[in-house]
Design a protein around this ligand. Structure first.
Ligand SMILES: Cc1cc2nc3c(=O)[nH]c(=O)nc-3n(C[C@H](O)[C@H](O)[C@H](O)COP(=O)(O)OP(=O)(O)OC[C@H]3O[C@@H](n4cnc5c(N)ncnc54)[C@H](O)[C@@H]3O)c2cc1C
Length: 567
């Protein structure tokens, strides 16, 4: 069974739950203000994903990419599907009109990528970095680089990569050794080896634009010595640049995406942004990329849920408790299976509310006329993005494994495609900053340094508009208060007990994720018809089987506080 995007659900969340049109009203002058156009785009995107990309998924996994004499061949149908993708203008959805883009909302692109990842994670890795590369170049590139590359990247005619990792430098990019040597004409010669580069080589586009982290001569050691260079596979005069793919990795999943070991042998490159500010230029790319990965998690979990839900409505085993039908009953009637399905549904729907809101905040942070609203949006993006990346990728893998359980032994064999989702989703917990790094980013780099003020303001944003007389909203308010008090406790002891925040960062991120999800479900509850089982059952699942973890996480953190900060 191929993935089918539920466009109506996405539209309900965007327009009814989040009132995207109302939120974006002050952002005058943007084409995206027209809700009819947005709905139309989503309908067309759903059609493209279902008809063109989803049918290639299983074969892409079975056949994978091939490597021969430095060239990479993607699975059958991938190149044609990519050609249709860029020719239809999908990569340029939210790029600016002056670069050939359509100037639409970022969140529409977010929804598109959620669906693409759900339908075919391997294929989607190829265009997944395009928008980040576009933003990075648009902000930091010189006029010459923009003139030569920006339109091609915006349209997707040329694909882009992000070349950060080296064999000895993963989470710690300060260890990067690739070197860039200045040349008299203002260009650089880039030399070094990168590993794990998604789409480093392929047959999807004529040119590939590599964005490479490298060290200039005399650069200080560590992250501050890193610069960003643009290194094309094919030079402007048509010659092949000195950049080679030495192998592609054999992986647990994601077989449709070539993960390449790349070698740069005095390759011609050009500086993007200022020397020594490479990480800053790259972080523009990484924040949106992290939200993309959160959306991959949400999409993959939805794909797993769709398969499991369909199977549970066909497979019959034993009598379900209380059933009056002739046995055997459908397994979807068994509470154990219902619980698995409703729990994953709850993560997907709540995750969409949060990820789409973050997508809206990205545009608000850029375009809102009021300073204070832009600051608020920026705070939301900074604090919520690492939470979504870690929480929804973790749930994608564990939730997909739960969905596999719905199939019993049939889930463990290839035929049903659910084991592919489990394998493919695992990497989302690792790349784009591992989930451990996301937790440290949240607590140690963002929450503690300002004494918890940013987190407290975020909690106020969530509390605003909650009606105390409604039970779920009252529970949310109480949870926000507990999180605020826990945050101040951590702020109070962090300086004297430097190790403590690192021990509890994962639990803290998880507690924040559960509060955010609680907020999402109060929003869905406000917008949905209380009698509609479509929203009622996953809403109940949130309260019964997901949210109780919040109390457990707080207790785990309290335990560490007691153990590690003896009075
Ligand atoms: C399929 C795939 C595609 C990828 N695509 C790209 C790409 O396109 N471009 C690119 O540049 N890279 C890419 N990567 C690399 C990826 O970003 C790295 O694997 C990731 O950043 C982790 O680095 P590492 O593997 O070296 O692990 P390490 O950094 O060695 O980490 C090992 C373990 O230690 C933990 N750890 C490390 N430091 C800390 C710390 N300070 N505190 C707590 N825990 C810590 C990590 O969380 C992890 O659990 C890809 C990887 C894969 C598998």
């Amino acid at each position: 069974m191929d993935y089918r995007p539920a466009s109506q659900d996405a539209q309900f969340i965007l327009f009814e739950v989040l009132d995207a049109s109302g939120q974006l009203l002050p952002l005058k002058g943007l084409a995206e203000a027209d809700p009819d156009l947005q709905r139309q785009v989503l309908e067309e995107a759903a059609k493209f994903v279902a008809e063109v990309v989803a049918p290639l998924n299983a074969a892409g996994d079975h056949l994978g990419c091939r490597f021969e004499a430095g060239a990479v061949t993607t699975p059958p149908g991938f190149a044609q599907a990519y050609k249709s993708f860029w020719e239809a203008g999908w990569p340029a959805l939210s790029c600016r009109p002056e670069h050939g883009g359509q100037g639409l909302l970022w969140v529409l692109e977010g929804v598109l990528y959620e669906w693409l990842s759900a339908a075919n994670h391997g294929w989607t890795m190829a265009p997944g970095l395009l928008h980040g590369a576009y933003e990075c170049l648009a902000r930091s590139g010189s006029d010459e680089l923009k003139a030569a590359y920006l339109d091609k990247i915006a349209s997707g005619e040329w694909l882009a990569t992000m070349c950060l990792s080296e064999a000895h430098a993963g989470s710690d990019l300060g260890l990067v050794r690739t070197r860039a040597t200045p040349q008299p004409d203002g260009s650089f010669h880039v030399s070094g080896s990168k590993i794990f580069i998604s789409g480093g080589e392929h047959d999807l586009t004529d040119n590939i634009v590599h964005l490479v982290l490298a060290r200039l001569p005399d650069a200080p050691p560590g992250p501050k010595g890193l610069s960003l260079l643009l290194v094309p596979k094919v030079l402007a005069d048509g010659r092949r640049n000195e950049v080679y793919c030495d192998r592609i990795e054999e992986k647990m999943g994601l077989h449709g995406s070539p993960t390449c070991a790349m070698r740069f042998d005095d390759a011609a490159g050009w500086l993007v942004g200022e020397p020594g500010r490479g990480l800053n230029a790259m972080f523009v790319m990484m924040n949106a990329a992290r939200l993309h990965v959160a959306l991959q998690g949400i999409g993959l979990l939805d794909a797993a849920w769709q398969k499991a839900d369909a199977y549970a409505r066909e497979r019959r085993q034993m009598r379900a408790p209380g059933s009056r039908d002739a046995p055997p009953d459908l397994i979807v009637q068994h509470p154990a299976i219902r619980r698995i399905l409703d729990t994953q549904r709850s993560w997907v729907d709540g995750g969409r509310v949060l990820a789409y809101q973050t997508g809206l905040e990205l545009d608000i942070a850029k375009h809102h006329p009021e300073d204070s609203r832009r600051v608020q949006a920026q705070r939301w993006c900074e604090l919520v993005t690492p939470v979504l990346k870690a929480a929804f990728t973790e749930q994608a893998f564990h939730g997909a494994s739960e969905c596999l359980q719905v199939f019993g032994g049939h889930g463990y064999i290839r035929e049903w495609g659910i084991e592919q989702v489990v394998r493919d989703s695992r990497v989302t917990m690792i790349y784009e900053g591992t989930n451990e790094i996301q937790a440290i980013d949240l607590l140690v780099r963002k929450v503690l340094p300002d004494g918890g003020r940013g987190m407290s303001a975020l909690l106020e944003d969530l509390e605003r508009g909650l009606d105390k007389s409604n039970a779920p909203a009252a529970e949310m308010l109480a949870s926000c208060a507990r999180l605020r008090s826990l945050t101040s406790k951590l702020v109070g002891v962090a300086e004297a007990h430097v190790e403590l925040p690192f021990w509890v960062a994962g639990d803290y991120l998880r507690a924040v994720a559960l509060v955010l999800l609680g907020w999402a479900w109060t929003r869905i509850g406000d917008a949905a018809n209380a009698q509609d089982a479509r929203w009622q059952e996953p809403g109940d699942a949130f309260r019964h089987w997901i949210f109780p973890e919040f109390k457990m996480r707080l207790e785990m953190i309290d335990k560490q506080l007691t153990l590690k900060t003896p009075q």
